[in-house]
Design a protein around this ligand. Structure first.
Ligand code: HEM
Length: 226
């Protein structure tokens, strides 16, 4: 089938999976912003705003269906990252970016694979620290940690973890500044008028996402939740 066999088909899969992952990031960030409400004067841990959001996320049937779809989205994106990178290297050999100093190729566009690997590495760490203790437990019939808010407090008051987390988010920022408009280019929506718009929109979106994910750990590290 052309979508799997042709270069353009593979690029299309990469762009659709990438845009799907961006939509996930927006939902994820919206949920995480509840952390900025702190304990919200709650009398019990279950009433803390972020724990209310997590409970909804861990029990809502639509979200439960979307979790395996999301895992598949990541898997497809990562597998095709390897395929496309190998294909590009084979096609261009050592002269891959021989003309990059003359043309306007950004650092991010040349390093999408390595940025993706950095994002993946920290993603695994993040899954172990949060997801495995919470949502995964609902899938395997275990006991989820009842206080997700406290998990965030414990991790984000550790400066080493905060630095690692912020490096991760800004690696993702680089990935998205190129990835967003590149996805539209892969879909053929790259005419003279629209390319500058995709680029501007991608930069704004990537920056808002990165700032949103960055202020949360800083909020806890500087004790602003007290
Ligand atoms: C939340 C996480 C991620 C998001 C939102 C994301 C988003 C995107 C987007 C929108 C694109 C542009 C697709 C295109 O050019 O058509 C892209 C490209 C790419 N991504 Fe990701 N990505 C993520 C994680 C990863 C991971 C974990 C890897 C692992 C290796 C990776 C590797 C790549 C590579 C190599 C490309 C460039 C492919 C090419 O055009 O040759 N990404 N990503």
């Amino acid at each position: 089938m052309w979508i799997f066999n042709s270069s353009i088909g593979r690029k299309l899969i990469m762009s659709l999976s990438g845009l799907f992952l961006i939509s996930f990031l927006i939902v994820h960030l919206s949920a995480n912003l509840a952390l900025l409400a702190g304990t919200g004067g709650a009398a019990t841990p279950a009433e803390i705003p972020y724990n209310v959001v997590c409970h909804f996320m861990d029990t809502n049937p639509f979200i439960m269906v979307m979790v395996p779809v999301l895992a598949l989205g990541f898997l497809v994106h990562i597998v095709y990252a390897f395929i496309l990178t190998a294909q590009n290297r084979k096609a261009r050999g050592n002269d891959r970016y021989a003309s990059s100093s003359k043309t306007n190729i950004s650092w991010a566009s040349k390093n999408m694979f390595i940025l993706g690997i950095i994002v993946l590495g920290f993603l695994c760490l993040h899954l172990i620290h949060f997801w495995a203790k919470m949502q995964l437990q609902h899938f395997i019939g275990g006991t989820p940690d009842a206080n997700a808010y406290q998990l965030a407090v414990d991790l984000f008051t550790n400066p080493v973890y905060v630095v690692i987390y912020i490096v991760w988010i800004w690696a993702l920022w680089f990935h998205l500044t190129h990835g967003f408009w590149s996805a539209f280019q892969s879909m053929g929506l790259n005419n003279y008028n629209w390319m500058p718009r995709w680029k501007a929109l991608g930069s704004v979106l990537a920056t808002l996402i990165a700032i949103g994910f960055t202020i949360i750990p800083l909020f806890f590290m500087f004790g602003l939740n007290q």
